[in-house]
Design a protein. Structure first.
Length: 136
């Protein structure tokens, strides 16, 4: 799969993308998927606590619920979200937040990759399979 890294900043120098932004950009593909969360560190309120719980328990969550939770947290600092279509066992997409510094989206979905390229300016890309092979 291809990996696109997003590191756009706002006028204060903070990361200008969050989980909700990536999910919203994916649209129906995100909401039609089931998601498995891991390594979640979100700040905010009850929704942040629920994201942390889902991650800790590795419980699958539907895309609509994930989007609603993501819209109501202050910030996702770290996470890995694997998106699965229906009864598939291999994720079609992996969204990672890395220490409030950047996001990575790993997918072979050209429509998603093109939407990210169109929306964000500070991006870089690599082949995820080659990267994993070189670092393992």
């Amino acid at each position: 799969m291809k990996v696109i890294q997003i590191a756009d900043g706002d006028s204060r120098g903070a990361l200008a993308v969050d989980l909700k932004d990536v999910l919203e950009l994916m649209g129906a593909k995100a909401t039609a998927s089931r998601w498995r969360l891991s390594n979640m560190d979100a700040t905010g309120n009850a929704e942040a606590a629920e994201l942390d719980r889902l991650s800790d328990e590795r419980e699958m969550v539907d895309g609509g619920t994930l989007l609603q939770l993501a819209r109501n947290v202050w910030q996702v600092i770290d996470c890995e979200c694997e998106g699965f279509y229906h009864d598939q066992t291999t994720p079609w997409c992996i969204i990672s937040a890395i220490d409030s510094t950047y996001y990575e989206v790993e997918t072979d979905d050209a429509e998603v990759l093109n939407a990210i390229r169109a929306k964000y300016q500070c991006t870089s890309e690599r082949d995820g399979d080659e990267y994993r092979a070189a670092t393992s």
